[in-house]
Design a protein around this ligand. Structure first.
Ligand code: ASP
Length: 360
């Protein structure tokens, strides 16, 4: 069962949500034929609008702030307003970069950065705690033109993990650093470093004590992972993801978020993905790369590719969601949990946010 935000997209236009993948002429012949048939079957004054909407937007950014059992009855009006404002802040940070001609890579970084600093989310400040009462953070970033990527796992001192991931990509010959080495590298390139206690909030401390007492982790004990995907004015895709992982995780546990191909992937002309959910399952399915491979090799649209891939996660017993952007800037939110903090902003002036399944 999917809480795909299809209707969220459908509210804008059917065509914009599932145009054909580019440069996949053979594989996409069927998709094209389908969409032509649909257009022919319903000739209307809207056809031109739909066709125009199917063109690549000048730029677009899509974000998430984690998926999970996020129910309206569990969120006060004030909390809902606070999350909505935080999502808008993140979208505007990314949009500022893109509207000024900046790269999708800088945009996803900027969008993730605001959420890392916001204790509403499980990323930097306000991240969940390990069973050892520490914070161990994971982050990754990738751009689609050369498929350059950087990531850090289990960092404890760098203030903004996404900047460390970006530094790995730009300033080292490597793709991934872990633990002390990752923090030392971040420090060596001049990033802001903090005491591990900088990330702690009462809310997360209380959650940890409850989980340690009850030995039960609720869904809320891990949601709040953040991510962004974007396309810039040059058609370049990028993706970024940061998390604190799950409450009371074991020291040294690494989730999907720092793994290129599991939570994060970007390939121009194909797709960009940022994932959130039960990391162990997302790693085993290789969610982000599998979605992009289905688009590239099987000619699936991003919605179907995501549903099929999350179907594998569900079959194994996992849950979560993805934000996906296709090569032409089409986008989808797909999740098999009860909610996902999410939003989109683009050059056409659209700014949308949603939290619950029923927001669509
Ligand atoms: N994927 C993250 C992890 O397993 C958690 C989440 O996104 O909810 O570390």
């Amino acid at each position: 069962m999917y809480r795909a935000a299809a209707s969220f997209c459908l509210g804008l236009t059917l065509v914009a949500c599932a145009p054909e993948a580019p440069e996949q002429s053979e594989l996409n012949a069927a998709v094209e034929a389908d969409s032509e048939a649909a257009t022919e079957a319903t000739p209307s004054a809207d056809t031109e609008t739909e066709m125009a909407a199917a063109e690549r937007p000048d730029w677009r950014i899509v974000i998430h702030g984690g998926a999970g059992v996020i129910l309206r009855e569990n969120l006060s009006d004030e909390q809902e307003a606070a999350y909505t404002a935080a999502l808008e802040t993140s979208l505007r940070a990314g949009a500022d970069v893109l509207s000024n001609g900046g790269s999708s890579l800088d945009a996803v970084q900027a969008a993730v950065l605001t959420m890392e600093d916001d204790p509403l989310f499980n990323a930097g400040f306000g991240a969940v705690m390990t069973a050892d009462r520490m914070h161990e953070l994971d982050a990754s970033i990738m751009e689609g033109s050369q498929r350059d990527a950087g990531s850090v796992a289990g960092v404890t001192r760098v203030k903004n993990p996404i900047l460390a991931a970006r530094a790995v990509m730009d300033q080292s010959e490597h793709v991934m650093f872990a633990g002390d080495g990752a923090d030392s590298f971040a420090e060596s390139v001049g990033l802001d470093m903090v005491e591990n206690s900088h990330f702690t909030t009462d809310r997360r401390r209380e959650a940890l004590e409850r989980v340690l007492d009850t030995q039960q982790r609720t869904d809320a004990d891990r949601h709040g992972t953040v991510g962004a995907v974007a396309i810039d004015q040059n058609g370049n895709l990028a993706s970024a993801t940061t998390t604190g992982g799950m409450t009371a995780k074991m020291h040294g546990r690494i989730g999907d978020s720092p793994l290129i191909g599991a939570a994060t992937y970007a390939q121009n002309g194909v797709c960009a993905v940022s994932a959130t959910g039960h990391g162990e399952y997302f790693i085993r399915v290789g969610v982000a790369k599998t979605i992009c491979s289905r688009v590239e090799l099987a000619g699936e649209d991003i919605q179907s590719a995501s549903e099929n891939t999350l179907g594998q996660v569900a079959d194994l017993g996992g849950d979560g969601g993805v934000i996906v952007m296709g090569g032409e800037g089409e986008y989808a939110y797909v999740f098999n949990s009860a909610g996902m903090y999410r939003g989109m902003m683009d050059a056409d002036g659209t700014l949308e946010t949603a939290i619950f399944e029923a927001d669509e």
